[in-house]
Design a protein around this ligand. Structure first.
Ligand SMILES: Cc1cc2nc3c(=O)[nH]c(=O)nc-3n(C[C@H](O)[C@H](O)[C@H](O)COP(=O)(O)OP(=O)(O)OC[C@H]3O[C@@H](n4cnc5c(N)ncnc54)[C@H](O)[C@@H]3O)c2cc1C
Length: 408
């Protein structure tokens, strides 16, 4: 008998329904308030910690689901609740996964608990890679990490920008240049422990959407961290740098580096966030179209409206399928020969932007007001085509992968 199935198993359904319940009962009702306040929703994060949704255990369980669907399922449900609040809840996980995937056992045991804090005293973590002059162009990164051998310390200097939870995090993960000759291969990640002198928050950004999620600059001025804070350890870094130097000396073949594979594996998670927002707006629009009456009949009685909803639903389902395929490929160890991770993020994020816009149209004047959630969802959806690689960068990755040409 063929083993192929597209049905979630009973455990997955239970987890999905549990997360959905939290999203419906706790996140969604708080969404408008925290969007207006433009502040980190600490009480909601605390609630999530109390029920076990804000914890490494939760994230790790979804991450290690052997079907690959644990993370996309969780993301879709949380972001269905509200994107800004959900990002505040999962932002720490994104930083923690970096430590989980690349850190030593000691680093995992020491720092991840400090990223989350406890249910009574919740903390958050930040992942800081982007810089004012190095957004899409990660190779232009300038933040430097210099090793002080005498003290076995790394000294970090530079300015990071757009960091989710930047400056308010207990633990910051900072990507910095250790060997400027090697481009992105000369980068390494550092754990900056709580209250380290020299790290400060720069400006906090006032954003178009996901306003419950804190986004800020992080300034690093002679930040000294112990040698043990280099993610993965010095030995591993030295080996990696030596290999990169050898390759560069041998003529620098076009590098298909490990970081690219990591991005391919993590991008579907962002696609799943987009699916969550799109589905939320679609559901509001469907409900509205059934109940709003004009010309003596529900507006959904018009093909012009009903067909829009049919297209919205079709595109959301197609986006989810791309996300699930890429998530399954990542855990099954299948090579992303056509950049399927990027495909899923590209398609889902564009669908979210489009569908949330259509939802506003279906709600008419009401859709344009803050009395209804679709205008917030539309503002929120705009982030998906920007962060974790813009749509143009996804297209670049896909084009390069399918053509094996250095498309620019
Ligand atoms: C709310 C928010 C949260 C974020 N959170 C984090 C975080 O936690 N940590 C972190 O490190 N970063 C984070 N980012 C940064 C995010 O990843 C970057 O904004 C993104 O990578 C784009 O970089 P940029 O803003 O500098 O745009 P740019 O790279 O300057 O791009 C500007 C425009 O030019 C286009 N473009 C650039 N190069 C090319 C090319 N070669 N071909 C075609 N088009 C091109 C882009 O697609 C885009 O449309 C966040 C950003 C936002 C807005």
């Amino acid at each position: 008998m063929a083993e192929f199935t597209m049905e979630l198993n009973e455990d997955q359904k239970q987890v999905r329904d549990w997360i959905h319940g939290f999203a419906a009962d706790v996140i969604r009702p708080a969404a408008a308030e925290w969007d207006e306040r433009e502040e980190t929703p600490w009480p909601i994060i605390q609630e999530a910690a109390k029920v076990g949704i804000y914890s490494l255990d939760f994230y790790a369980q979804q991450f290690f689901d052997p079907t690959g669907l644990g993370v996309p399922m969780a993301m879709e449900e949380l972001f269905w609740g509200d994107a800004g609040i959900a990002l505040s809840i999962v932002g720490t996980g994104l930083a923690a996964i970096g430590v989980l995937a690349n850190g030593t056992e000691e680093q995992i045991g020491t720092w991840i608990p400090q990223m989350y804090g406890t249910a009574d005293d919740v903390k958050v973590a930040a992942f800081c890679s982007s810089e004012p002059d190095a957004g899409s162009d990660v190779g232009a990164m300038r933040t430097r990490a210099v090793y002080d051998e005498a003290k076995d310390e790394w000294v970090l200097n530079g300015t990071k920008t757009w960091a989710t939870n930047g400056g308010i995090a207990n633990v910051h993960i900072v990507v910095a240049v250790v060997d400027p000759e090697l481009g992105t291969k000369g980068h390494a990640s550092f754990i900056v422990p709580p209250n380290t002198p020299g790290l400060s928050q720069g400006q906090k950004f006032h954003k178009h959407g996901i306003r419950a999620s804190h986004t800020a600059e992080v300034v690093l001025e002679d930040v000294r961290v112990p040698g043990a804070c280099l993610l993965g350890g010095k030995e591993k870094l030295d080996e990696r740098l030596a290999r990169a130097r050898e390759k560069a000396a041998a003529g620098g073949e076009r590098v298909k580096n490990a970081a690219m594979a990591t991005f391919e594996a993590s991008r579907p998670a962002v696609g799943a966030m987009a699916v969550g927002t799109a589905r939320a707006a679609y559901e509001v629009a469907l409900d509205y179209a059934r109940t709003r009456t004009q010309f003596g009949r529900p507006i959904i009685d018009n093909q012009g409206v009903a067909f829009q909803l049919a297209d919205m639903r079709t595109q959301i389902d197609a986006a989810r399928l791309l996300v699930w395929r890429a998530s399954w490929m990542a855990v099954a160890g299948k090579p992303f020969t056509s950049a399927e991770g990027s495909m899923s993020k590209l398609y889902a994020s564009e669908v979210a932007k489009k569908v949330t816009g259509q939802a506003i149209q279906i709600l008419g004047g009401n859709g344009y007001t803050r009395e209804y959630p679709v205008e917030r969802m539309h503002r929120d959806a705009a982030i998906y085509t920007i962060f974790e690689g813009t749509s143009e960068i996804q297209r670049l990755v896909i084009a390069r992968t399918i053509s094996d040409m250095p498309i620019r």
